[in-house]
Design a protein around this ligand. Structure first.
Ligand SMILES: Cc1cc2nc3c(=O)[nH]c(=O)nc-3n(C[C@H](O)[C@H](O)[C@H](O)COP(=O)(O)OP(=O)(O)OC[C@H]3O[C@@H](n4cnc5c(N)ncnc54)[C@H](O)[C@@H]3O)c2cc1C
Length: 286
């Protein structure tokens, strides 16, 4: 779905409650930003996203610059405060291929530069396909990279805190450039590590083999290293799979899963069945 197809007619004013960097200074900046929308008509489910509307003027003449961000809180709100929710935002910069100059991404820098008390305009929430099943005996296979962790933080909080536990297997394969970039699983913020003791939860962390060469995290290797468990989960009709993060990850994951399945054909057939049964959901972005 194109960004222009999202309806942003109904907007809400959100106040920044707090914004904290959750990666070390030596690595890419990612912030956990808590927003408050006191309007009770604003309700969301874990896995949904919101639009952030950055007021102009903008270089390309657009009055408002709009970008989507996944909600990192579960439906009962950040810290169980239903008026509040969080985003996990990476400060983006881009290099112009011709001039070689570095440009800041508009919305991500706008968000990362907001301070407590600032007000921003948002719209949404959007997306109802990327939500956990109701049946607690279902298995959840979550595969993500970078800020793709945001919806999974929401899932994990929802199933273990708001639902009081989960009987099915919950498996998180998560990749980041370095150990310091493992969001919500590092010294600055260990929100997800707090659930490592849950009997049904297992997290598999993957980092880049050559971070200085900008090589991506080895999620593929992590999946292949646990091929037996992944394959048995994928074949279980009670497994719901979720993939989130940068779209560059998609091809690599498809390849890894084809290898695990034995062939591309076998994998495509299984994926089709999962899609038809509403058990395969992806949330990829540039
Ligand atoms: C459903 C969904 C959920 C998302 N969730 C998250 C999330 O949880 N966290 C998160 O951090 N992001 C998320 N994103 C990505 C987010 O929406 C933005 O795309 C991202 O933050 C970059 O936006 P920006 O406005 O900062 O950059 P922009 O200003 O929009 O720049 C984006 C693009 O424009 C090009 N560009 C920009 N400026 C220049 C320039 N001056 N010269 C040349 N090229 C340029 C770049 O190549 C880049 O591809 C999500 C996206 C989607 C679709």
């Amino acid at each position: 779905m194109q960004l222009s197809e999202y309806n942003t007619d109904r907007t809400y004013t959100a106040e920044v409650v707090r914004s904290e960097r959750i990666t070390e200074e030596s690595t890419a900046e990612v912030r956990h930003i808590v927003l408050r929308v006191p309007d009770p008509t604003f309700q969301f489910l874990e896995g949904q996203s919101i639009a952030v509307l950055v007021p102009g003027p903008h270089p390309f003449g657009n009055a408002v610059h709009t970008r989507l961000y996944s909600i990192a809180s579960s439906r009962e709100g950040e810290d169980r405060n239903m008026a509040e929710f969080s985003l996990c935002v990476r400060r983006c910069t881009y290099i112009d291929p011709i001039s070689g100059e570095r440009y800041p991404g508009v919305a991500s820098n706008y968000l990362c530069d907001r301070n407590a008390g600032d007000r921003i305009e948002i719209a949404g929430p959007y997306g109802r396909q990327f939500i956990p099943p109701r049946d607690p005996s279902c298995n959840l296979l979550m595969i993500g990279i970078g800020t793709g962790i945001a919806p999974f933080r929401a899932f994990i909080k929802h199933i273990y805190e708001e639902r009081g536990g989960w009987e099915g297997k919950v498996r998180l394969f998560y990749g980041a450039q370095t150990g310091l970039d493992l969001l919500y699983m590092n010294d600055r913020n260990a929100d997800i590590s707090n659930y490592y003791d849950e009997a049904t939860f297992k997290a598999f962390e993957a980092v880049s083999p050559r971070p200085h060469f900008d090589e991506p995290a080895d999620v593929r290797g992590s999946l292949q290293g646990n091929a037996e468990e992944v394959w048995s989960l994928l074949q279980d009709p009670k497994t719901y799979a979720y993939l989130a993060g940068l779209s560059s990850l998609e091809d690599e994951l498809e390849q890894a899963l084809s290898e695990i399945a034995g062939s591309r054909q076998q994998w495509e057939a299984l994926k089709l069945r999962m899609m038809e049964e509403g058990r395969w959901s992806t949330l990829f972005y540039e």
